[in-house]
Design a protein around this ligand. Structure first.
Ligand code: GUN
Ligand code: ZN
Length: 492
């Protein structure tokens, strides 16, 4: 059992947790966003990140400190917390990012871990190999073997109270990702970043990001805190949290600000294209679009970076509120409407509905049917699985309308798309308290038909009738032949 991470609340694969960081003498509430600090290019000071934005943790790159004579000496003499002037937790990366960008670095895992410990990092990172997406299986396997050796080496280094991360690689080979995660989970390392997803994020390949996270989660225990390395766009936080990611790091807030890009939860806009600012943050209310544009370069960059951070932290708070209320998937569904690539991501998440169902609580806030994708949610799958375990009388009329017209049926059960049939006694039980639209759709009807089939197939001795409201022929054709159906909209 991992002692540093405690789960407080769960919704789908998403969770609110508390990551305790002994060396920082504090814990961090997750999901958490760690702003990236580059000591050479500071847009917003770490002190301001803490005081104005409530950042409990930041992330910086130990390799940059190691490679700069000035910063190295100061960090060794004063410690990272004083050099950066940050009172919260400081996570450090190792130089693997430079390895991915430039092909070579001049430190080993032992050296950089010792250095991270010496400069007072609270969470250190070994030198993993960030294998890019789409490479051959041979390359992914051989680089993963090196990463795994580094993790084992990291285990053997005395890192004192400092937590140590165990990055998970494996490129876009899902079984390698899963095996990498299982190996990492078997070490005594503490935090589990999913690595080398930056190229996928840059190309908006959210469906692949979801598959990578799903594979890694299959190899990790529920008590493993998961960091999605390099994910900083607030549009995709809800999707990633619903898949089970707990930590994010954002360099995006600063990088985007540098070329006048304005982050929103619905995507990125250029400042020059905006006449009205859709954001209530202090920067936007004070300046407005024209005011922001007229600022000199430096102050404009800082103002945009501040706005980008406000939007990003607000989204993290919104996600936590959604987990508490049990409507995280409604939020993901809303975000999925903002970009087709996000819709691909959400549809891929639903491909993993059975995996998410395993952590989803048995009861939570009211299920809202918000689009035809809702028909594939884990709550619907769970109901269908549960149908097979219900007691059924000899003859049941399943109905979207009035009870059985004759006494040939011992009972009438309700049918509500997308769930399908259930005994009336369960009407007030989650998730059957769902809010569904009056005007249903084919995906919902087909899901209800799957529910009818599940019930009928589990009870070969019983007779079933179905009273439906104009179900299309393909949905009816999918039912077992012995179900006698009547269309309530034409026959009564
Ligand atoms: N930053 C973004 N991706 C990665 C990664 O795969 N490994 C490390 N160490 N840092 C990263
Ligand atoms: Zn704003």
């Amino acid at each position: 059992m991992r002692e540093c991470f405690e789960l407080r609340d769960v919704d789908a694969g998403g969770r609110i947790g508390s990551l305790s960081i002994p060396r920082a003498g504090r814990s961090v509430e997750t999901p958490a966003l760690l702003p990236v600090i580059n000591p050479h290019l500071e847009t917003i000071s770490p002190r301001r990140l803490h005081e104005e934005f409530g950042a409990e943790a930041i992330i910086t790159n130990a390799y940059i400190f190691h490679g700069s004579e000035d910063f190295r000496e100061r960090a060794l003499a004063e410690g990272l917390h004083d050099v950066l002037d940050f009172p919260g937790a400081i996570v450090t990366d190792s130089g693997s990012f430079q390895l991915a960008e430039y092909g070579e670095i001049d430190v080993t895992t032992e050296e950089i871990l010792a250095f991270q410990r010496e400069i007072g990092s609270d969470v250190g990172t070994p030198v993993d190999i960030p294998t890019p997406p789409d490479v051959s299986r041979e390359r992914a396997e051989s680089e993963l073997a090196t990463t795994q050796e580094r993790l084992e080496l990291a285990e053997s280094v005395d890192t004192g109270e400092m937590l140590v991360t165990a990055p998970i690689q494996g490129s876009t080979h899902w079984d390698l990702r899963e095996a990498a995660a299982a190996h990492a989970d078997g070490t005594d390392l503490d935090v589990f970043p999913i690595g080398a997803v930056v190229p996928l994020l840059n190309e908006y390949r959210y469906a692949d990001v979801v598959d990578v996270v799903a594979a890694a989660k299959r190899g990790l225990g529920a008590d493993a805190p998961v960091h999605l390395f390099g994910a900083g766009h607030p549009m995709m936080f809800a999707l990633a949290v619903a898949m089970g990611c707990d930590l994010f790091d954002s360099a995006a807030y600063a990088i985007y600000a540098r070329d006048d890009r304005y982050l929103t939860v619905r995507g990125t806009r250029h400042l020059e294209d905006l006449d009205h600012l859709p954001c209530p943050c202090p920067v936007c209310t004070e300046h407005g679009a024209a005011g922001l544009r007229s600022l000199p370069d430096g102050p404009r960059e800082t103002a945009l970076a501040a706005h980008n951070l406000h939007v990003s932290f607000a989204e993290i708070r919104r996600i936590k509120a959604a987990i508490r209320a049990g409507n995280l998937l409604e939020l993901v569904e809303e975000r999925a409407r903002c970009h087709p690539a996000m819709l691909d991501g959400y549809r891929t998440l639903l491909d993993h509905a059975d995996q998410l169902e395993r952590t989803d609580p048995a009861s939570k806030g009211t299920f809202f049917y918000a689009s035809h994708e809702s028909a594939r949610r884990p709550e619907v799958r769970r109901h269908h699985a549960r149908l097979a375990r219900l007691d059924v009388p000899d003859a049941v009329f399943l109905t979207e309308g009035p009870d059985a017209p004759t006494d040939e049926y011992a009972e009438s059960w309700r049918v509500v798309p997308p769930f399908g049939p259930f005994p009336r006694a369960l009407s007030k039980t989650y998730p059957l308290t769902a809010e569904v639209p009056e005007r249903t759709d084919r995906a919902s009807i087909r899901a209800a038909a799957r529910g009818v089939s599940a019930l009928v197939e589990a009870n070969p001795e019983a007779d079933f009738g179905l009273g439906h409201r104009g179900w299309p022929p393909d949905a009816l054709a999918a039912l077992p032949a012995r179900v006698e159906s009547v269309d309530l909209t034409t026959d009564g």
